[in-house]
Every structure is written in structure tokens, then in C-alpha cells.
Design a protein around this ligand. Structure first.
Ligand code: ZN
Ligand code: ZN
Ligand code: ZN
Length: 252
């Protein structure tokens, strides 16, 4: 498996519109510091899967025939806005696997175009190529699935958006050796939210599921500022995502 994070930001992104802080000023000048909507590309052999579709330029980034399927974590706009353009394409349909959510988002169900929405049930494993994919329930304001991807040697869990983990999900993951967990970390320590982790929540998830490595994603403006001021406050096996970063296999 190879996992590349396409976007590492929350719904607002970095630079934050209207903000002139040092971070946003630097990010406006340096694309390497920007954070776009959290999403990822998982490759396994010839199989190419998009995890969320929040990149607004999906049609340019992924020419027809280069994506086998899309796994949506949930129907919030920052996780699917690229679908609103992609659907009007022509050619083979693209399966879009989702949690059960009768509302969906906008008119996507009514006018799916080339998208073929397929509802998955939590903890029911599907096979794609040589990968097993298991949807895991998360704690969020809409029905939300994290996904566990396994092949014969490796396991990666992609867990956003969430506040903590449901006990069923943490119990499932705690039983498995995990090579990598990519997890929602939107807020700095001590900052409250009902739908997203802060760093304290992430450290508790780390304690519960004990992965070999962990990467923080869905990073918000306040957390990004905190990370700049506290660069050495994370355990060595926890990293901070960047847009475009290859996070698996680990480079060093
Ligand atoms: Zn700012
Ligand atoms: Zn969300
Ligand atoms: Zn989100």
C-alpha cells in the first residue's frame, strides 16, 4: 500500500480567508505551507482509491480512468466538493462508497451523473483487488465512517472526522497491529469541540489503539499556530501531515 495525503486542512483551510497572521501570510506566498481540504490517495498494485473528494480540482488531477473508486467518510462539503464537477463527466461510472446517510449533500443523489453511490455498513469488510476495506463508525455530526485498509502484510486506518472514537471502533483497532493511523486533529490541546479531536483527544486515541505511527490531518488554523510555537511537543511516532505528503510507506 502507498498512501499520499492530498489535503491536510480543515474546512476553512490555510491560509484562512481574511487572516493576516504570520502563518497565513507565509502560506499565501508559499504553496508548501497551504492546507486544503483533507483527503488522500491510496494505491495498492494497480488499484487507486480516493479517500474523500474534497479537492476542488479532481477533474484536472485525476484524468478519466485513473481512479477506481472513492471512499467518502461523510457528506460534509469539505470532504466531497470535488464531486460536484466530476459527476458531469462521461465514460465509465465511478463507485462512491459512503456511510448510510439519507440526506447526502445537495443534489448529488438526485443528479449523480457518472457517480455510483454505494452504501456501506459499519464493520462489513469488502474486498477490492488485494485490499480488505472495513468501514468503522466515528463520532461526528453526520453519519461518518473511518476506513481500515488491510492487505496480507499491512494495516492503515483513516479516521476523520471524529471526536474521540466510539468504543466499538477503538476495541476493533486495539486488537490489531496497525502500521499507520491517520486521524482528525483539528484543534490545539484544551480547545473544545463536539465534532472534532483536539490534540488531547488524539493522544487518548493513540493510547487506546497503539499504532506504530500516527499522522495528524484535518488541521485547523489554531492548531497550526500552536504547532509552530510548540514544535517538539509531539511523541516521535506522531507526525503532522502536509498537503502532498507521502505518509506510507514511511520515508525514514
Ligand atoms: Zn492566520
Ligand atoms: Zn465533517
Ligand atoms: Zn471535515
Amino acid at each position: 500500500m502507498r498512501l499520499t495525503l492530498l489535503g491536510s486542512g480543515d474546512a476553512a483551510g490555510i491560509p484562512l480567508y481574511g487572516c493576516d497572521c504570520d502563518l497565513c501570510t507565509a502560506a499565501a506566498a508559499d504553496p508548501g505551507l497551504r492546507r486544503t481540504a483533507s483527503s488522500a490517495l491510496l494505491e495498492s498494485g494497480a488499484l487507486r482509491l480516493l479517500l474523500d473528494a474534497g479537492q476542488s480540482n479532481l477533474c484536472e488531477r485525476f484524468p478519466s480512468g485513473t481512479i477506481d473508486a472513492i471512499f467518502l467518510t461523510h457528506f460534509h462539503v469539505d470532504h466531497l466538493q470535488g464531486l460536484f464537477h466530476l459527476r458531469w463527466g462521461i465514460g465509465e461510472s465511478i463507485p462512491v462508497y459512503t456511510p448510510p446517510d439519507p440526506e447526502g449533500c445537495g443534489d448529488l443523489y438526485k443528479n449523480p451523473g457518472i457517480l455510483e453511490f454505494v452504501t456501506l455498513r459499519q464493520f462489513e469488510t469488502s474486498r477490492l483487488g488485494d485490499l480488505d476495506v472495513t468501514p468503522l463508525p466515528l463520532n461526528h455530526s453526520k453519519p461518518t465512517h473511518g476506513y481500515l485498509f488491510s492487505d496480507s502484510r499491512q494495516r492503515i486506518a483513516y479516521l476523520t472526522d471524529t471526536k474521540g472514537l466510539p468504543s466499538s471502533t477503538s476495541a476493533c483497532l486495539a486488537d490489531l497491529p496497525l502500521d499507520l493511523v491517520v486521524v482528525d486533529c483539528s484543534f490545539a490541546p484544551g480547545v473544545g469541540s463536539t465534532g472534532h479531536n483536539n490534540l488531547d483527544d488524539v493522544l487518548e486515541i493513540d493510547r487506546l489503539v497503539a499504532p506504530a505511527r500516527m499522522m495528524l490531518t484535518h488541521i485547523g488554523h489554531g492548531l497550526d499556530l500552536w504547532l509552530r510555537e510548540n514544535p517538539r511537543r509531539l511523541p516521535s511516532h506522531i507526525g503532522v501531515a502536509r498537503d502532498g505528503m507521502r505518509v506510507f510507506p514511511h520515508a525514514s
